[in-house]
Design a protein around this ligand. Structure first.
Ligand code: GLU
Length: 446
């Protein structure tokens, strides 16, 4: 069975760029009826926090995504140790003793003499005595994976055929001198152990892929199909970072941006598909095609996202928002939702209109201009008896027009201000039944 995974490090809150990776994996899995695993890359104990772990789970739930399984790297030390021991026994992982300053110096010298700054494998040539002497000095080894050399090629789902010369890479460090394992290795052990068949990730990881494919081979596991997507940048072209709060999913949520709009925006910008509202994640999954992602970075435009969010909201059926409306204290069922949804920038504004329709107007609410007093008085006198429905507005305003001669804006604008205290808003034909005759009387007499 096909298996996709999303593997964030819980060292910050997810941002829109992380959402792109998340959704591309989750939606490809949905499209292919594959499994979708959330893997928490939480081995960097100093930077990981439970707050971020919970934050990631909440963000997935907010987007409407439920992983089929959750894996935490911090639970899997035994698996890493077993794979490590095996590779050490097979001579594919070896101890190295150089300190960071020594490595830095070697890189500088290599560059100065026109050679690529690739680790020279000096540690492989150490004699047993020399190793013992280094350990006696108190040096503890870190461990490197010995790349097999030659060329690694893979068909990238976004970038097409990719090839990399392993001899141009340093043997990657897989374990630090404090015993902790590094991502480049744990990720392969996990993907192999979980049976991940497809990895969609940012193109900042392209440089890891050749070495990781070589590690899969060393572990006797088939590599997943890799696809490296273009990255998102903020408006000024800078990369998104977990420390830059403005584009975090939780900030977008607090701003009232719709989760479905975030999902659509995160996957449709920087692709051959037009950015457009969708009515469900299933519909969005149908639009995701890795080969249609562009290669250039895509710039996030907050205004475009806010506009997409409003459009998404306008098309949502009452069923999709009933729970959230209930939590905001908005009643009135589908009819009220139909009345207001086209006017909303955020769902929270539905509560404002509910208050305006059904609670006393605020003292500071706008009042009709003095020159409209006669029109308003006439309208008050002609107010129909209840029951009211969506035809009441038309019948009433026709009668007011006949009595006063007022038409169009001159007729409707003063009545809107009198009835709602606002110059703009939802269609009054639909809103009027919720205001009701008693409140309308009172408001027209203000
Ligand atoms: N934890 C890595 C990251 O956040 C995962 C990379 C991968 O998908 O392999 O970038």
């Amino acid at each position: 069975m096909a298996v996709y995974r999303f593997a964030p490090s819980p060292t910050g809150f997810l941002h829109l760029g992380n959402a792109r990776t998340l959704l591309l994996n989750a939606l490809m899995a949905r499209k292919q009826a594959a499994r979708f695993v959330l893997r928490l890359d939480d081995t960097d104990r100093a930077r990981v926090s439970e707050e971020y772990v919970d934050g990631i789970r909440q963000d997935l739930a907010w987007l409407g995504l439920t992983p089929d399984a959750e894996v935490r790297q911090s639970d899997r030390d035994d698996a890493y140790a077993a794979a490590f021991d095996r590779l050490v026994a097979e001579g594919r992982v070896y101890p190295a003793y150089e300190s960071e300053p020594e490595l830095e110096l070697a890189r500088k010298l290599a560059r100065a003499s026109g050679r690529p700054p690739v680790y020279d494998r000096a540690a492989l040539r150490l004699t047993a005595e020399r190793r013992a002497a280094l350990e006696a000095e108190g040096r503890r080894p870190h461990w490197r994976f010995r790349l097999s050399g030659g060329r690694v090629e893979w068909p990238d789902g976004v970038r097409g055929a990719q090839g990399f010369d392993l001899s141009s890479l340093s043997d990657p460090v897989v374990r630090r001198d404090d015993g902790s394992f590094l991502y480049v290795f744990t990720s392969v052990v996990d993907d192999a152990g979980i049976g991940v068949t497809a990895v969609v990730r940012g193109e900042d990881h392209v440089t890891n892929t050749a070495a990781q494919i070589d590690m899969f081979a060393a572990l006797g596991a088939p590599p997943p199909a890799f696809a490296h997507h273009n990255l998102l940048t903020s408006a000024d072209g800078a990369g998104l970072s977990k420390r830059e709060g403005s584009l975090s999913l939780r900030t977008l949520r607090e701003q009232g941006i719709e989760p479905l709009a975030v999902a659509a925006y995160a996957v449709l910008i920087g692709s051959a598909e037009a950015v457009r509202p969708v009515s469900s994640l299933d519909e969005l999954a149908g639009l995701v095609e890795l080969s249609r992602l562009s290669r250039a970075p895509a710039r996030v435009d907050m205004e475009e996202l806010a506009a997409l969010s409003a459009k998404t909201l306008h098309a949502l059926p009452h069923d999709a928002v009933a729970d959230r409306l209930g939590a905001l204290g908005v009643e009135g069922g589908p009819a009220f939702w139909e009345a207001v949804r086209g006017n909303l920038a955020t769902l929270g504004e539905a509560a404002d209109w509910w208050r305006i329709a059904t609670r006393p107007l605020k003292p500071e609410a706008a009042r009709p201009a003095p020159e409209d007093a006669r029109l308003v008085a006439e309208a008050l006198a002609l107010l129909p008896t209840e029951p009211w429905d969506e035809t009441t507005w038309k019948a009433w305003t026709s009668a007011v027009s006949a009595a006063t001669g007022a038409k169009g804006r001159a007729l409707f604008a003063p009545l809107r201000i009198a009835l709602t205290g606002e110059p703009h808003g939802p269609e009054l034909a639909k809103l009027l039944p919720f205001i009701g005759r008693a409140r309308a009387l009172e408001r027209l007499s203000r």
